[in-house]
Each structure stands twice: as structure tokens, then as C-alpha cells.
Ligand binder design. Structure first.
Ligand code: ADP
Ligand code: MG
Ligand code: MG
Length: 254
């Protein structure tokens, strides 16, 4: 079982006027099979954590360690991270002109598995996964992210998750911009992958809404660039009632 360990992670971003520290000592351990919800106010650094784990060049690691089964993730290229099993849903948020969803998924699967999936079984796998996510078959022939609606982008993310089967999945604001039906379909997808038992999930969200559909094992409150409190699902209920005020007072992240 893979384990992602984040220890005392400090990250700066190159802002106008020089580097600015955003993450200020994040400690977190995620094991395959576990679901961790990271919740926090806007601007607290949640996306910065996601991007840093994925290896986005804009974010500079200034301290701390990230390991996957003891291997130094921070020393890996973006591709190596994906191959090692770290999946960031919005890793490819941009349009990929001329690359269809179908080709994109196969190329990704080939990169991650180290060999091309057998075409026959692959086509069947993709078709079945798309059916489960209520995605129209014609979607496979569209270019990645070209004219995708918010909901289509999210479904595409979960489609990747189901097909690429990462060890650790980072889902950043997967719930944003989804209507209730889409939210349910997307959540069911996440839960299916989860029930298969091989994925450790970092579910980053501002709102508690998605946690009605995806039950986290652990909930962490993120404030001012670090985890301010950790607990079980009951912590999400408390946040739903009380909001984040207690965490930002006197230590606002902005
Ligand atoms: P969250 O996802 O919790 O809303 P972010 O990680 O997006 O928070 O942002 C945390 C802080 O870092 C914000 O103040 C934001 O303005 C700043 N920040 C994040 N990325 C960049 C960037 N690429 N350039 C400048 N500032 C950034
Ligand atoms: Mg934000
Ligand atoms: Mg964010």
C-alpha cells in the first residue's frame, strides 16, 4: 500500500514584488485507501498544495519533504510523478489542440503503466467507464478541454481517475460549478474508485456539500498555509455550522 508523506512543506510563489511564502509547514500523511478532505477558506493555499505536489513550475519548494513510499517526490519530474502514481485532476486544465479525449487517455495510460493497454480491452474499458459517468460516446472524439463545460471537465477528471487508477489522487475543487445531478455522478465515480481500495484521495474543497456524497475518513482544516486542525468526519459538520472564522481570525491568509 502506497503512502504519501508530506513533512514540514514550505512553498513560495513568484509574485510581483518577489517571492511570497504561501505554504508554511504542511504535515500530512495519506495512505492508499484513505480519503482526506482538505477544507479551508479561499486563499489559504489549498491549490498551492495541490500544484506543489504535482510539480507545477510556478511554485518553489523552500523547505520540507514529500515522499511516496520513501521515494523523493520533489526530485521527480511531472511525468515521473504521474508514473509513480500521483494524480492531480487539474494537471491538464488547458486545451490540447488536436488531441482527442480517447487518444489522451490512452497516451496517459501508456505513460503510467509503462506499456500501451491492449486496444480491444482498452476500448471496452473506456466505453464502460463513460457509461458509468453518463458521458455521451461522442465525447471521446472531442479535443481535450476544447469547449468543455465545467461539468464536462469534472467528468473528464473522474474518467481519468477511473481509467488511470493512481495510487494518490488529488482532487481540487472537484465540486465547484457542478449542479446536484453532476455532483452525484462525479461523487459516485470517486466512490467507485475508492471502493476498489487502491486509491488514497486528497479531496480539496471550500464547501462541505460534496462531503454528503463522498465520506472522508479524515478532515483537515487548512488556514494560512498550514493544517490548523485535523479530525474525523465530525469536523466537517462543525465547519458547516461554524464556518472558518475561528481559523482565520488574527491570522488571515490574505
Ligand atoms: P486556495 O486554493 O486555498 O484558495 P491558493 O493556493 O489558490 O488558495 O492561493 C493562496 C495564496 O497564494 C493566495 O493569496 C494567492 O493569491 C496566492 N497565489 C497562489 N498562486 C499564485 C501565483 N501563481 N501567483 C501569485 N500568487 C499566487
Ligand atoms: Mg481559491
Ligand atoms: Mg484553490
Amino acid at each position: 500500500m502506497a503512502t504519501l508523506e508530506i513533512h514540514d512543506l514550505h512553498v513560495s510563489v513568484d509574485a510581483e514584488g518577489g517571492p511570497r511564502e504561501i505554504l508554511r509547514g504542511v504535515d500530512l500523511t495519506v495512505k492508499q485507501g484513505e480519503t482526506h478532505a482538505i477544507m479551508g477558506p479561499n486563499g489559504s493555499g489549498k491549490s498551492t498544495l495541490a500544484y506543489s505536489l504535482a510539480g507545477h513550475p510556478k511554485y518553489t519548494i523552500t523547505g520540507g519533504t514529500v515522499t511516496l513510499d520513501g521515494e523523493d517526490v520533489l526530485a521527480m519530474s511531472v511525468d515521473e510523478r504521474a508514473r509513480a502514481g500521483v494524480f492531480l485532476a487539474m494537471q491538464y486544465p488547458v486545451e490540447v489542440p488536436g488531441v482527442s479525449v480517447s487518444n489522451f487517455l490512452r497516451t496517459s495510460a501508456t505513460a503510467i503503466r509503462g506499456e500501451a493497454p491492449k486496444l480491444r480491452t482498452w476500448v471496452k474499458e473506456v466505453k464502460e467507464a463513460m457509461e458509468r459517468l453518463n458521458i455521451d460516446p461522442s465525447f471521446a472524439e472531442r479535443n481535450v478541454n476544447e469547449g468543455f463545460s465545467g461539468g464536462e471537465k469534472k467528468r473528464h477528471e473522474i474518467l481519468q481517475l477511473e481509467l488511470l487508477k493512481p495510487a494518490i489522487a488529488i482532487l481540487d475543487e472537484t465540486d465547484s460549478g457542478l449542479d446536484v445531478d453532476a455532483l452525484r455522478v462525479v461523487s459516485e465515480g470517486v466512490n467507485r474508485v475508492r471502493e476498489a481500495g487502491q486509491v488514497g484521495t486528497l479531496l480539496i474543497t471550500h464547501y462541505t456539500r460534496i462531503l454528503r456524497y463522498i465520506k472522508p475518513d479524515h478532515v483537515h482544516v487548512f488556514a494560512a498555509g498550514r493544517i490548523a486542525e485535523s479530525g474525523g468526519p465530525e469536523l466537517a459538520d462543525k465547519l458547516e455550522e461554524e464556518g472558518y472564522e475561528a481559523y482565520v481570525k488574527g491570522g488571515a491568509s490574505e
